[in-house]
Ligand binder design. Structure first.
Ligand SMILES: C[S@@+](CC[C@H](N)C(=O)[O-])C[C@H]1O[C@@H](n2cnc3c(N)ncnc32)[C@H](O)[C@@H]1O
Length: 281
């Protein structure tokens, strides 16, 4: 081991990447070798292991399934934000105006890789501030992620000023409580999602690649699966999209990240409405 990190051989990287692909469907291309080395070196140090070989042994003998999640936390990114990808919220605003004219007053929405919660809480805040009469609606938001650790943060619903970003003051007053919390850097100001918003969201862990979709609710009006499929190869992505699509109601909307696309999907069940937004046929 060197202070700057551990050495990783091509065969060690191959064993790791094959294992990761088998377990979670994430394809680690060869050029990711240095990224894996630098991201996982700290993990090896924490575990007191002296090589990537030893780490592979540890990982493949871990029956709890926790180490693979630690690994994914290190190599994938949890980056997210409130009201990410504004054009999608603009689109949804028009959509909500259309559905308000109909009789059906239920909305089931799934945030399928919710990270630290900003996405599902944005959905809740967006609906409460867009619907004319939100009290008359039965709204349920399911928020899932593979990482138990990130889900804990999501459930806490506590965000720093930096994470809050440029949310308008009125929105902060209506939907967040200010909290001064003691941290290792002294007292720090946080904004906590108010209980009535938290109550609209149910968090649970779910692996989009190997999860059992039959245990989840059968039908959603909208599914957000944004900025997660970038880690999947074509076959995995197609399988995940097919599974998600069977959970969408006819005319339901499917949102992906701005840098993602479904061009390789051939079956035509999801029709492009505008970049990164699809409608179930
Ligand atoms: C970049 S964040 C995206 C958060 C949010 N959807 C957004 O667009 O702002 C990607 C999230 O996908 C989760 N993830 C990675 N692989 C996953 C899998 N196989 N199943 C479910 N979630 C996964 C990660 O834990 C991470 O929180």
């Amino acid at each position: 081991m060197k202070m700057s990190g551990y050495e990783i051989s091509k065969s060690e990287f191959k064993s790791l990447s094959e294992f990761v692909y088998k377990e979670v469907g994430i394809h680690l291309a060869e050029h990711k070798i240095m990224l894996v080395r630098s991201r996982l070196s700290k993990r090896l140090r924490d575990l007191n292991l002296d090589s990537f070989n030893a780490y592979f042994e540890y990982l493949s003998n871990d029956d709890t399934g926790e180490e693979i999640i630690m690994l994914i936390n290190e190599i994938s990114t949890n980056v997210t934000s409130f009201f990410r990808e504004q054009s999608q919220w603009d689109f949804l605003e028009h959509e909500i105006k259309k559905i308000e004219l109909k009789d059906k007053k239920t909305l089931r929405i799934w945030s399928a890789a919710c990270s630290s919660g900003q996405e599902p809480y944005t959905i809740a805040i967006f609906l409460l501030s867009t619907l004319k009469n939100p009290q008359s609606w039965d709204i349920k938001i399911l928020a899932t992620d593979i990482s138990e650790e990130i889900l804990k943060k999501a459930i806490d619903g506590l965000y720093t000023e930096q994470e809050i970003g440029a949310l308008p003051k009125v929105m902060l007053q209506k939907y967040f409580d200010k909290r001064n919390i003691s941290t290792k850097n002294g007292m720090q100001l946080f904004y906590e999602i108010k209980p009535f918003i938290k109550a609209m969201v149910t968090f649970r862990s779910f692996n989009l690649v190997y999860g059992d979709y039959s245990i989840l609710p059968p039908r959603f009006d909208k599914i957000f699966c944004r900025n997660v499929m970038i880690y999947f190869d074509k076959e995995t992505k197609n399988a995940v999209v097919n599974n998600l699509s069977t959970k969408l109601l006819k005319n339901g909307l499917f949102f992906i990240g701005h840098s993602e696309s479904l061009v390789t999907m051939k079956d035509g069940t999801l029709k492009l409405e505008q970049p990164s937004i699809y409608r179930k046929q």
